[in-house]
Design a protein around this ligand. Sequence first.
Ligand code: ATP
Ligand code: SF4
Ligand code: MG
Length: 341
Amino acid sequence: MTTPQAARTPVIEVSDLSVRFPSLDSGSEVRAVDGVSFSISQGETLGIIGESGSGKSTIGRTLVGLLEPSDGELVFDGRSSASMSRREWRARRRAFQMIFQDPDAALNPRMTILQSLVEPMKIAGGRSAAEMRDIALESLEKVGLRRDMAQRYRHELSGGQKQRVNIARILPLDPKLVVCDEVVAALDVSIRGEVLNLFREVQKELGLAYAFIAHDISVVAQISDRIAVTYLGRFVELGGTDDIIDRSLHPYTVALLSAEPQPLPPELRHRKRMVLEGDIPSPANPPSGCRFHTRCPWATALCAEKDPEWRELRPGHHVACHHTTPEGLPPQPADRRPPTD
Ligand SMILES: Nc1ncnc2c1ncn2[C@@H]1O[C@H](COP(=O)(O)OP(=O)(O)OP(=O)(O)O)[C@@H](O)[C@H]1O
Ligand code: SF4
Ligand SMILES: [Mg+2]
């Protein structure tokens, strides 16, 4: 499906990233992200999936510099962020952009679309007003919108058109990595495909790297080269999209995929439905050992005691689970098997 990840240049390398927030209720810290490592290469899309609160947006915000890591290292083009001056870091950040779920978030209601397109270029500096206007209009065309849309205001555009403008806004900044956080979730299902295609076309033309965050596995599977599965601030599985979908090794991934409803293409539909019991625990007080043990049908006493290692069980396919094997999970314990449907 894609070029092997190792053959491409990493745009960003993240080692042991942790992000903690003060918790007002418990007095302890919320470990929103807790020791996550990965890299994303030029032209590659890394999909990030997981339940609400698993730390996906926190990872994304940290990549673009909206949040500071509490621990760990971010390396851009071979240089550690810790070794950069503030000025260098600011210049570097321009190459890392984020698009959000809410298409209105980055568009000022009092500005015309043209003004919204010019604004990030003004902040970046170095271009005349005429140049910025021309580039803005070209960018609009690149995302499939007519030039006369430039005179409209935010409320005069549909959700899909606004998301196109949000893509057009970042093109003149010559980004290398774009974090897409639930970018089609607020759009009507009928136009999601078109907007996803646009993300793909822009990526191909500019060689962009994407971190593509979504709840919806069918969306992530359509656009991603590799997928990382998050649970309570950790990655539990990371591998090529086909491996994750067809040969998942982690019980949590199996549960997520089995819960996926019909819109998933037939080849992505999974075996028997596995219902996860209980809510996702609090990241201020995560379970001992494997964080998933309180909900895992395969859990044993070992799982509550010992944190599983992050192992590469198949080439490029990593997983954190005591009991899985390169061939997949053993049969589920009989007393915890779901009824056949
Ligand atoms: N600024 C903050 N202060 C305190 N806690 C935070 C802050 N931002 C996020 N959190 C907590 O960190 C955890 C991870 O949040 P995050 O927004 O990254 O999750 P998510 O996977 O993006 O969830 P969703 O799918 O709902 O968007 C959650 O428990 C959240 O409440
Ligand atoms: S380590 Fe144990 S609890 Fe964790 S996912 Fe594997 S089997 Fe389940
Ligand atoms: Mg989020």
